[in-house]
Structures are given as C-alpha cells and as structure tokens.
Design a protein around this ligand. Structure first.
Ligand code: ADP
Length: 516
C-alpha cells in the first residue's frame, strides 16, 4: 500500500518535474537566443553608425578635394572641416604608389604624418589598387591602418580623382573618435536597457563605456569594423541574461521542489490514515472474537456446574461449595466484562456520567481487595496491600474508580505468568492522592507502553497473546482518570514487571460539580 501510494503521489510529481526541467531548459535556450540576437543587433547598429560617419566624412573630404579651386582653397576647406570634427587629426593625399603627397594637419595637431603610417602606406599598394578599382565602380570603401606609435587610425579611401591624389587618408585620434563620435551614439542606443563598451585589443581594457561595467561581465562582443585594435561589447543593464535565466530556473526548481514535498506529505498523511484505519478494523475484529470467547467460557462453566448441582449429583458438601463459588466467580467475571463493554459504549457515545462525591481512596481499594481476595488466592497470589495511614477525601466517582482499580488488579493477575506477586498501595502527596498496582509479570515494552491505552489495543506477543481480553480495560481506566483531571502512569520493564499509578489531583473544586 505504501509503495502504491508513494507511486501514485510521486510518479506524477516526478513526471511533472522532469517535464518542467526539460521545458525549462528549452525555454531558457530560446530566451537566451532571443537576447543574444538582440545584443548582436545593437552592436551591429553601433558599428554601422561609425562606418556611416566615417563614410560621410570621406564624402565631404572628397568633395573639398574636387571643389577646392587650388591647393590652398582645398587646404582651407579641409582644415575647416577638421576644426569642426576634432577627432580628425589630419588628412593626407596619396598617389597610386602609396606615397604621401600632402599632409594637412588639423589645427593644434602634430604637423607630420606619423612615421609608421607613412611606412605602412607604401607596403599597402595592393590595397590602394583595390580601393581605386572599387571607386571606379562607384563604391567607396574605407580601409583602416592602425598606427602603433600614436593611438591613431588612418582610414584610407580612393578619391575618384584622376590626378596625382588618387587616394586619401583620414588620420583619426582613436580615443577621441571613440569617445566623441561612437560613444555619444552608444549612449543613445544603450538607453536604460544595455551597457555598451569599447574595449582595446588584445588586453580587453575598457576605453569607453556607457556606464560602469566589468570586462568579465560582457556578454556579446563584435569587432569594430573601422578600428581593428578595438572591439564593441554589450551586456544587459542590471542582471545578465545568464543571471536572469538562472534566477528564473532556480525559482521554478524551488517551486517544483515545494510542490513535490507537499505531494509527498499528502501521500504520507493518506498512508498513515489508511494504516491506522486498517489497524483499527483489525483490532475491532479481534475484539469481537475475544469478547465472544470471554463470554462463552464463563457461561459454559456456569451452565455445567449449575446443571450438575441441579441434578443433585453432587453429594459431597465441600465439592458443592466449590461449584457454587465457581459459579459466583464466573458470573463476577461476566459482570465485569459486560460492565466494561457497557461503560465503553457509553463513553464512546459521550453519555457516561460521573457522580462525584468526597471519597476515601483507601476504602475503595480495600473493598476491591476484599472482593478479589478469594479470586486472588485461588490463583496463587498473596497480595500485599499497603494503605496510607490517612488520606484526604477526594471528590471522585467511587464506582468508576473501583472499576479502574479492578481493571488494573485484573490485568496484574492476567499478565503475571509464573510470578504471583501483587502489591497495591495508596499514598498521599502534597497535591495528589495516588494508588499503585504493581506486579512482577511479563512487563510491557517501551513501544507498547504508548499504545496500551488505545481502545482495543492488545499486545500481540508471548504470554499476552494467549491471555484473553477485550483491549478495553486500560482505555476505560484512562477515560476515568481524564474525567477526574488525573492521570494514569505506567512504569514497566519487559520480563521484570509493571507498575500502574493512578494520580488524583487535590483541590480541584470543579470536580465536585463536573459531569463528563
Ligand atoms: P486486555 O483486555 O487485553 O487486558 P487492556 O486494555 O486492559 O486490555 O490492556 C491492554 C494491553 O496492555 C493488554 O493486552 C496487555 O498486553 C497490556 N497490559 C495491561 N496490563 C498489563 C500488565 N500488568 N502487565 C503486562 N501487560 C499488561
């Protein structure tokens, strides 16, 4: 049953968990892809912008070169243009062989073309030819040459002129271009959503960023087309895609886990309830068979001895007396059993009434011992009765308490085995009067001690198994003690004996009026 229940509860939970996990991963992959695409698109647009700006500058310069009436007119136009665009440090005109013809420096900039750029130009004749060819077919392409010496990039393009100046180069101050031109644009693109940065290669140090960013947290990078020594980088503001996805996954997993726990707890609860219910049903069935047996045995004896006496077959007086006493003893046993069952059904229905009156516990106990003395002796017991010299009167239902004590004495006899020891004692404590019933019989295991007060519960091993009983006695005792605001305690060692203690509290004025 436990396995079936666990499967019933767990299987759907496990299947659902598995499904959730797989769809979680799939969702996250999709989500991740969408984010990455978005980041790529942003980077692309930044790159495109830098390209467009440079291209439009190249267009303007080309126009000045063509329109300038003479060298000086051309120069001054170019200078004016450079003044307006401070990232431009100079413009150089180049012949087909890659020789610089004329270098126009921006106001305040270094007057000469950086040496390494001059050298690089001559080694790039192939590139110049290619650019000129493109230009002939109306396509202006820009090719970057990085200056190692002076954080500058020269963007070379074909001018489309027939003369000596077949090509031109715009020398850009890299840092300034990044900051003033691309940076401003990045600020706009990034907005509230993204952090954009420009990184220097190969160190990946940050040259510019739209807001604070750690190089390690950049999610997507793209080469900056015009600046081979730099890269564009981007990440989401706040949490990264990874973090967002991870947090979501964690939350979902926690929820699934809690759901699984709740299902398990539910399964466990159902299992426990069913198990208890089944146990109760079994105990009830045992009870019926036990009680039938308990009723049949004394009835059979009474009838047998009664008939024998009736027929006048017993001549011997002593024998006759023995038969009479057996009849009395057995009918007492019957009465006790029937009383227990009646009491039990009343208690079950909540109809048991207690009639409280100040009573002497000593008197109750000695009456029980007197009634039982013959019974005890015939079973080989020599009971020890230790009554306290004086006990305060306690408000109690004498009949019910008698019932409780009888049940304890009866149990002590039933579960004593070979040992024939019984001690019944009363004593007063500061706030209670107490009666103890002690035997040296089979004892009760610690585990069973917790259950013996349950209705119908009987220990199902050893001697106890062979001793008949209804399983009602101790639950009645407990009920009676509860009604008296008292308690019943048990101390027992298996094989050594058992002590039951009934504790009646003093000064409970409400007891006198209470009816349960
Ligand atoms: P029963 O009719 O079976 O005696 P009780 O409710 O009186 O029912 O007792 C419940 C169980 O507690 C008994 O079946 C027995 O196993 C155990 N028990 C009660 N009293 C004693 C005792 N004095 N010594 C050992 N076991 C006891």
């Amino acid at each position: 049953m436990a396995v079936i229940l666990a499967l019933l509860a767990l299987l759907p939970a496990l299947l659902y968990t598995g499904y959730e996990f797989s769809s979680l991963n799939e969702n996250e992959r999709l989500l991740g892809e969408v984010y990455i695409r978005q980041l790529e698109a942003v980077l692309f647009s930044a790159n495109q912008y830098a390209w467009d700006i440079s291209n439009s500058w190249a267009g303007s310069l080309e126009l000045f070169l063509r329109e300038g009436k003479d060298d000086s007119g051309r120069d001054s136009l170019a200078r004016l243009f450079m003044q307006r665009n401070p990232a431009l440090k100079g413009v150089v005109l180049i012949d087909k062989e890659g020789n610089p013809l004329n270098y126009m420096a921006a106001p305040g900039a270094q007057p000469g073309l950086p040496v390494d750029l001059r050298a690089a130009l001559r080694s790039e004749v192939g590139m110049l030819e290619r650019l000129i060819r493109y230009r002939e077919s109306e396509y202006r392409k820009l090719e970057p040459i990085v200056s190692e010496q002076s954080r500058a990039v020269m963007l070379v393009f074909a001018t489309g002129a027939d003369g000596d100046a077949a090509a031109a180069g715009m020398v850009l101050d890299s840092d300034r271009f990044v900051r003033d031109v691309i940076g401003r644009r990045l600020m706009r693109i990034g907005g509230e959503e993204f952090v954009l940065a420009i990184l220097a290669l190969p160190s990946d140090s940050i040259l510019f960023s739209t807001s604070e960013i750690q190089p390690g947290t950049i999610q997507q990078k793209q080469a900056l087309w015009l600046f081979p020594d730099m890269q564009l980088g981007i990440r989401l503001k706040g949490a990264t895609v990874q973090e967002v996805v991870e947090a979501r996954a964690l939350r979902n997993i926690a929820l699934i886990f809690i759901l699984d726990l709740i299902l398990l707890a539910g399964a466990w609860f159902v299992y426990r309830t069913i198990k208890r219910e089944m146990e109760f049903v079994r105990m009830k069935a045992d009870f019926v068979s036990n009680v039938s047996h308990e009723l049949r045995t004394p009835l059979a004896l009474i009838r047998m001895f009664g008939e024998t006496l009736e027929m006048g077959r017993v001549k011997n007086d002593e024998k006759r007396r023995e038969y009479y006493s057996t009849i009395v003893k057995e009918s007492e046993r019957l009465t006790r059993l029937v009383n227990n069952i009646l009491d039990f059904s009343k208690m079950e229905a909540g109809k048991k009434q207690y009639h409280y009156a100040p009573s002497d516990l000593n008197a109750i106990v000695s009456a029980v011992m007197k009634t039982y003395s013959y019974h005890l002796e015939s079973k080989g017991f020599d009971p020890v009765t230790e009554l306290a010299s004086s006990l305060p009167l306690v408000s109690m239902d004498a009949e019910a308490v008698t019932e409780a004590v009888i049940n304890l004495v009866d149990n002590a006899m039933k579960y004593s085995g070979e040992s024939k020891f019984l001690r019944v004692a009363t004593r007063a404590e500061q706030d209670a009067v107490i009666v103890e019933v002690e035997d040296r019989g089979v004892g009760i295991s610690r585990e069973d001690q917790k259950k013996i007060f349950d209705t119908f519960y009987r220990v199902s091993s050893g001697l106890v198994h062979n001793t008949k009983g209804s399983g009602l006695g101790l639950s009645l005792v407990k009920h009676i003690m509860d009604a008296h605001h008292g308690k019943v305690e048990v101390e027992s060692t298996p094989g050594a004996g058992t002590l039951f203690r009934l504790v009646f509290p003093l000064n409970k004025k409400d007891i006198t009026t209470k009816q349960s």
